[in-house]
Design a protein around this ligand. Structure first.
Ligand code: FAD
Ligand code: NAD
Length: 532
């Protein structure tokens, strides 16, 4: 087996890393008559990420949102469950490892996928016996490598996350959250519990008002109103509290302003406290520590379940590849999001550790980095303005929350592709077409082979906001949608659109059926609130 992967056969070998939104369309469309295709990923299933928030409260069941990669691609593509730890582009070899121990940075979920029981709160999920996990590491040669490894959670090095917060990125994260909610309610029912402790146990905190945080908060509010209210009426009436904490002055800041405003008003009606201009600095066992914009004071909020959804950053492997083959892979083809620049600035300036960035340091940083990131020109103007505003009461420094807000404003001006499933799947199909058309598989010069470059077609953004309501933003959608001059949609009509869209988006008849059944089951019998 080792020798097999060590040598190349008669057909050029395409190795695809990943089984997510980018990789699967590619694997489905690539011509296996032309190529020997091998897929390497630690996750032997495709995950329907948009349905993770409903899974985390039991509206939709776990198995509904995953589809075995083998059933999706069939035997024409080889699949190996492992994760790639390094690439040698000169020798055209990848090194893979199967134990998930490395590379692990904070927020990296590869370890969670390969060794599900390790994540805090996951002791009940030791589903794979150790003996079954003994697999050797291996190297594999390739002719063409496609890297579609997604991203990892961006923690901004916030202390306490690994131990005390839940992410919502993998299916096991959703399962752990579901158990933690049930656990909080059952703990609150213990007869000797003090009123203060009951309140703390039933205070749920969601950090990050992007679409992940918003959709999760919405699902949680619905779970409380439709199901927990029946079984714990007194707790729900007196003690339950859901807070959504956002560093910027709006939630869903990447969407149309009307949509942010609508969602904020809707959340108010749904009893979700939206705390804006609030930056979470630390998560402790029983509390989160926050800093309000424009204040140096830290405040502590007692709580139990904390869901951390502050965005994503590139994986360690992607960063390594950038170092080896340069930054072009991201900046030319896809564009940089302000968030990746944000991370870079913070890391460079060591600002995360200190919690602030000063103007001089920032200017020096921009000067050093401007040739590498032309987008800094736009960003730096926005940040300079933020320094000016901040300087009204203090001088020369910006807190992380202020910097974040300035970058948020700059983001709308940068023509970057969002890190969404929509983008990834179009890219996957594009790469499959590109490879299918490629005449000379040994040459990297695609321009000479008359191949078109990637053009993204935006079809609009959807987000579920709870209470049978959703929001749809068509800003930047492809010309046909603009032609009809579609305005942002909110409310029930958007919810129907959201439901029908995801039903059709499910990859197979099996998952479509399961999803339809889950919705019917929830409608008639409610959600299963037991902890397992
Ligand atoms: P992924 O889908 O994350 O796939 C990455 C793959 O690479 C995985 O199979 C992983 O196991 C594998 N991998 C990781 N490391 C390695 C390695 N070292 N070697 C080999 N393989 C590796 N987007 C939308 O457009 N609409 C939505 O409604 C939406 N909702 C979302 C809801 C949630 C809760 C989340 C978390 C995300 C949502 N997204 C949504 C974003 C969307 O999921 C991502 O943009 C999309 O998954 C990116 O696709 P990808 O293929 O790049 O990465
Ligand atoms: P995001 O980057 O979109 O939003 C994160 C939010 O967290 C930001 O608003 C940021 O200001 C805030 N934040 C960061 N640090 C903070 C702190 N310490 N305290 C308080 N707030 C803080 O992240 P996401 O929602 O996880 O989404 C990740 C990606 O997945 C995005 O590209 C998004 O578009 C995509 N996604 C899309 C959908 C959808 O289309 N329905 C759903 C989920 C995710």
């Amino acid at each position: 087996f080792g020798t097999y992967y060590g040598t190349l056969g008669t057909k050029p070998r395409v190795v695809v890393l990943g089984t997510g939104w980018g990789a699967v369309p590619l694997l489905k469309h690539i011509d296996t008559e032309k190529y020997e295709v091998v897929c390497v990923s630690p996750r032997n299933y495709f995950l329907m990420t948009p349905l993770l928030p409903p899974v985390s409260v039991g509206t939709v069941e776990t198995r509904t949102v995953i589809e075995s990669i083998r059933s999706l691609i069939g035997p024409r593509v080889k699949y190996v469950e492992a994760h790639c730890v390094s690439v040698d582009p000169k020798a055209k070899v990848i090194s893979c490892n199967t134990d998930g121990e490395q590379p692990v940075s904070r927020g990296d979920d590869v370890k969670t996928i390969l060794i599900p029981s390790r994540r805090a709160g996951g002791s009940s999920s030791r589903i794979i016996k150790d003996s079954a996990r003994v697999r050797p590491s291996f190297d594999m040669k390739y002719d063409i490598l496609v890297v579609s490894v997604g991203s990892e959670n961006n923690t901004f090095n916030t202390p306490g996350l690994e131990e005390h917060a839940h992410f919502l990125k993998e299916v096991l994260d959703a399962r752990h959250i579901r158990s933690a909610i049930s656990d909080a309610f059952e703990s609150a029912m213990t007869p000797t519990q003090t009123p203060a402790e009951r309140k703390r146990l039933l205070h749920f905190v969601v950090v990050g008002g992007g679409p992940t945080g918003v959709e999760f908060a919405a699902e949680l509010a619905i779970l409380v109103r439709e199901d927990l209210q029946i079984y714990f009426p007194r707790l729900v009436a007196n003690d339950v509290k859901i807070a959504l904490i956002e560093a910027l002055d709006h939630i869903l800041s990447m969407m149309d302003k009307q949509i942010s405003d609508y969602t904020e008003r809707h959340f108010h009606r749904e009893n979700i406290d939206v705390l804006m201009n609030t930056f979470v600095k630390e998560v402790k066992q029983h509390e989160v520590v926050v800093q309000l914009k424009g204040s140096d004071e830290l405040k502590s909020i007692p709580c139990s379940v904390v869901v951390w959804a502050t965005g994503i950053k590139p994986r360690a492997l992607t960063n390594k590849l950038r170092e080896i083959i340069g930054f072009d892979i991201q900046s030319n083809r896809m564009g940089l999001t302000y968030r990746s620049i944000f991370t870079l600035l913070f890391e460079e300036a060591d600002a995360e550790r200190r919690g602030t960035l000063d103007l001089q340091q920032f200017r020096a940083l921009v000067e050093r980095k401007i040739t590498e990131f032309p987008q800094l020109e736009i960003i730096s103007k926005s940040i300079e303005k933020a320094f000016e505003e901040a300087d009204k009461d203090k001088s020369g420094t910006l807190t992380l929350a202020e910097l974040h807000s300035a970058l948020g404003k700059a983001d709308t001006k940068i023509r970057a592709l969002p890190a969404t499933a929509q983008v990834a799947s179009q890219e996957g199909s594009f790469v499959a077409d590109l490879l299918n058309q490629l005449k000379d598989t040994q040459s990297n010069n695609y321009e000479q082979q008359n191949l078109k470059s990637f053009r993204y077609k935006h079809m609009g953004s959807l987000a579920y906001v709870g209470g049978d309501e959703a929001v749809v933003d068509f800003t930047g959608s492809k010309p046909i949608l603009d032609m009809f001059n579609l305005k942002p949609l909110s409310g029930r009509s958007a919810a129907y659109l959201w439901k029908s869209f995801y039903l059709t988006e499910m990859f197979t008849g099996r998952t479509k059926t399961l999803l339809a059944f889950d919705w019917v089951r929830t409608q008639f019998f409610g959600r299963d609130i037991s902890r397992y």
